[in-house]
Ligand binder design. Structure first.
Ligand code: F6R
Length: 367
């Protein structure tokens, strides 16, 4: 049942190219310049009237929402907020009938996320669910459902569900952009073409697993480490950090790269591993200066970047892993795969139960 893999998590990491293809299939026109989502009830008029979007979820699905926010804001320029589902209804969120609430849940059964959906609806919002389970409670109660086609996810640590949620967010963002005319057909075509290359590009990252394993064995000897990044790299850093903590029990923190010097830099000592995501060209120089700050304090820095920056970056970092070239908007669908493998191999090196980490349940139906 594990298809020849030692663990479900490793199998599911390898299923991502298929999950991307399945989630995209049938959702673009033959010319490749338009997203089609006939399953949605949202009308053109409703889409044109959206004033704000609230993305609500827990855990890894929350982290996918962070990427969703940057995708939607950059494609459609609608203000987006991210909320942790267990916080959402207690903060009396400002919801109007022009608010679109997007709940994200792999299982579709998470109690707090379901409660957030009901809170949004009670305030007159249209609620779109991004979920992997068609008949789930969240799918049944939402006004609209965008299914991810990741297939069943058995490992407690979510991998292919997260990346499929990113694909779904990208498709939905492009769909909004078409209706609101914020992106030209040519721009949409460029993004869709880049999306179609992602499955093969994930394979290229999977092919680096021996090197990632060696690095994971190295970090498994440490008590704590840091992930840093800017923009979408910061969102991915948060997911990388969660994944590592969940299954390897190594303490880690994800920081917006520019924020470290506002206190946390004191924790960077000789030999502390820092994983720097540096895929966003527009802020690369700024990230490099943050890398230099941690290097100056003795950190052992790994960069995750595009091939073209490796030579430059190796002047300031100790090692680099490469992700294939894609649009800045789409890097999360690749860089996170490196971090998933890293968490997997760190857990393996420490002899933990990768698929069933302690104190964690696959589906959390209590608040
Ligand atoms: C982490 C993980 C959890 C879930 C969270 C939400 O790997 O799996 O953080 O993401 O419990 O679950 P769903 O998406 O089912 O609502």
């Amino acid at each position: 049942e594990k298809g020849g893999y030692e663990h479900f998590m490793l199998k599911e990491i390898h299923e991502q190219p298929k999950a991307y293809r399945d989630t995209m299939r049938g959702r673009m026109n033959a010319e490749g310049n338009k997203v089609i989502l006939p399953e949605l009830n949202l009308t053109v008029e409703q889409i044109k009237n959206i004033r704000n979007i609230q993305i609500v979820a827990c855990g890894t699905a929350y982290n996918a929402g962070l990427v969703g926010r940057s995708l939607i804001e950059s494609l459609v320029r609608i203000p987006v907020e991210n909320d942790i589902a267990s916080e959402y209804r207690y903060r009396s969120p400002i919801v109007t009938p022009e608010t679109l609430v997007i709940v994200v849940s792999q299982s579709g059964e998470t109690a707090d996320t379901l409660a957030a959906l009901r809170e949004g609806q009670a305030n007159g919002a249209h609620v779109l669910a991004i979920t992997n389970v068609v008949g789930s409670s969240i799918a049944r109660e939402a006004n609209d459902v965008l299914v991810t086609l990741a297939g069943p996810e058995i490992a407690v640590a979510s991998t292919k569900a997260y990346t499929s949620q990113i694909i779904a967010f990208t498709l939905f963002g492009l769909y909004l952009a078409e209706v609101r005319e914020t992106q030209s057909e040519a721009q949409v075509a460029e993004i869709l073409a880049a999306m179609q290359s992602l499955p093969e590009q994930v394979e290229e990252i999977l092919a680096q697993k021996e090197a990632i394993k060696t690095y994971a064995e190295q970090i498994s000897e440490h008590k704590h480490l840091f992930f840093i990044g800017r923009g979408v790299d910061y969102a991915v850093a948060q997911e990388g950090s969660l994944k590592l903590k969940e299954i390897s029990y190594i303490h880690s923190e994800a920081y917006a790269a520019g924020e470290l010097k506002h206190g946390t830099l004191a924790l960077i000592e000789e030999g502390v591993p820092v994983i720097a995501l540096a895929t966003q060209e527009s802020v690369l120089e700024k990230t490099v200066s943050n890398i230099k700050e941690v290097k100056a304090r003795g950190a052992d820095v790994l960069a995750i970047t595009h091939e073209e920056h490796v030579t430059d970056l190796l002047r300031s970092v100790d090692q680099a892993f490469v992700i294939p070239k894609t649009l800045p908007l789409l890097t999360s669908a690749l860089s996170v795969v490196t971090l998933q493998l890293l968490a997997y191999y760190a857990s393996l090196a420490l002899g933990h139960d990768v698929d069933k980490p302690r104190n964690l349940a696959k589906s959390v139906t209590v608040e």
